[in-house]
Design a protein around this ligand. Structure first.
Ligand code: G6P
Length: 473
């Protein structure tokens, strides 16, 4: 295996500052676990932003640097203005809503493009500085869409992959972006471009045709005298890490305690980053609708919604939080009693053990984003259910729906249909619950995150580079 240079906006670590010392802890997120094996085996480097370290002293910074070196991570520090204009600005105020079909959330005037381009150049410079001939470079996600093209200019013979972790929108939507051509050309610097689903691959091809006049074979494009491959690689989760937790006796005791406290009630669960793509308000309205139209469920449902704080400096997220707070208050005000409320809303982060406990306790898991690249929560829920029970209600607008057709698939814009699906899930006979869950678990196990990383890397490393073809050096 050649040395792997992984490039993502965030490094797979969290920097935790204590009084005098500071520690760098590995993250447990999807990308971090999925790429940890190839990162270690290849002896390569991971380049990215370690998060905000502006409050650290010089001595603490030095500690962070040495711990990062130990993990073979190379930091790229973002200034306060880069955080606000590259990360919060162009990445999360423009590209994020665009790829999630939310054009009305994009500011009318885009002022952050230049900074986006400059930060992408800084990433490319850092990669070039660490590149050794024979390395494989793998760039991740929408924050870095120009990096493959910038690298191609400077390292024409390099092997470069890119993976887009969020939806790629239809050509109609993508064409509204003033910088649409620059971004497409940036991606075409790669040898292999990966998406979660075949639909996103089609959308991407549609944009290439419309914007650059490229008539593609769907998975093969000739651009600038080079061949670029495109493919669907659905990301999975680290099933081997979830299985033991889901059987852990300490966690099972907590599950029993939670179930005892909710005696006589059925548990509905939602777990999301607090993001306007996740469909939390419509999900709440569906629960409200069910209580409104079926008085028999009143007092017998407990909906636990975990909302993990995210991108809190972006105004749309603050406004969304207020909307969710208000809805929760309204539903609890209407259907709560002095001893019980229907919605248990928890705005904070949970660790993996706590999450597995919640997954294991739930009767029905509600994953109803209005748009989502993949959604790994749906997969985590199934991996956490070795008891083969629990029903997954899944939005057709999550990439995961393309693979998980044994879930109850719903239109997340249709509140009434979601209320119906929740009721169907609550009343589903045990044998149907089991057969659906068994099928879901098989898929989740067969295509885990290690399978995902290995299939992308194998495909990329199996392609002949320009240097190997002797076309250019
Ligand atoms: C999504 C994106 C990732 C991003 C993550 C968390 O999953 O695809 O690129 O890292 O959200 O968002 P944040 O803005 O905190 O990095």
């Amino acid at each position: 295996m050649s040395r792997l240079l992984l490039v993502s906006n965030r490094l797979p670590v969290t920097v935790k500052a204590e009084k005098d010392s500071v520690s760098v802890v590995r993250s447990s997120g999807g990308l971090a676990t999925g790429l940890s094996r190839p990162h270690e085996r290849s002896g390569g480097l991971w380049l990215g932003w370690p998060g905000d370290v502006s409050r650290l002293t010089d001595a603490q910074r030095a500690q962070v640097e040495s711990q990062l070196t130990g993990l073979r991570c190379v930091p790229l520090y973002l200034s306060a203005s880069e955080v606000s204009r590259f990360y919060e600005g162009y990445s999360n105020r423009v590209l994020w809503p665009l790829c999630h079909y939310m054009l009305d959330r994009i500011p009318r005037q885009d002022r952050d493009w230049e900074i986006y381009r400059k930060v992408n150049e800084r990433f490319a410079d850092l990669v070039v500085r660490h590149y050794q001939p024979g390395d494989t470079i793998w760039v991740h996600d929408y924050q870095l869409m120009l990096v493959p093209g910038l690298l191609r200019q400077r390292l024409p013979g390099a092997r470069i992959g890119y993976f887009h972790h969020i939806p790629f929108p239809s050509a109609e939507i993508f064409s509204t972006l003033p910088r649409r051509q620059e971004l497409l050309k940036g991606l075409l610097g790669a040898d292999l471009i990966g998406f979660h689903t075949v639909s996103y691959v089609r959308h991407f091809s549609g944009s290439l045709l419309r914007q650059l006049g490229l008539d593609t074979d769907i998975d093969r494009i000739i651009w600038d005298g080079r061949e670029v491959r495109v493919g669907a690689f659905p990301m999975g989760i680290d099933v081997s890490a979830f299985e033991p937790l889901a059987r852990d006796s300490g966690i099972l005791e907590e599950v029993a305690t939670l179930r005892r406290k909710a005696e006589g009630q059925r548990l509905l669960l939602g777990i999301d980053r607090l993001d306007y793509t996740k469909g939390i308000p419509r999900r709440l309205l569906a629960v409200q609708r069910l209580l409104e139209r079926e008085p028999a469920w009143r007092g017998r449902l407990r909906f636990i919604q975990v909302a993990v704080p995210s991108r809190t400096q972006v105004d749309a997220y603050a406004a969304y939080r207020e909307k969710v707070d208000e809805l929760v208050g309204r539903i609890n005000g209407t259907y709560g009693s002095v001893t019980n409320v229907p919605v248990h809303y928890l705005y904070r982060s949970f660790n993996e053990r706590q999450l597995v406990g919640l997954y294991r306790a739930a009767d029905v898991m509600l994953v109803t984003p209005v748009r989502d690249g993949m959604n790994l929560v749906a997969k985590e829920f199934c991996a956490a259910r070795p008891d083969e029970d629990g029903v997954l209600v899944l939005s057709e607008f999550a990439g995961a729906a393309a693979e998980m057709d044994s879930a109850l698939i719903v239109n997340a814009y249709d509140v009434e249909a979601m209320a119906d699906a929740i009721e169907t899930a609550l009343e589903m006979p045990e044998d149907e619950r089991r057969s659906r869950m068994r099928a879901l678990r098989e898929g989740v196990k067969a295509r885990d995150v290690h399978w995902w990383a290995a299939s992308f890397i194998d495909r990329l490393q199996g392609l002949k580079t320009m240097a190997e073809k002797g076309l250019k050096s």
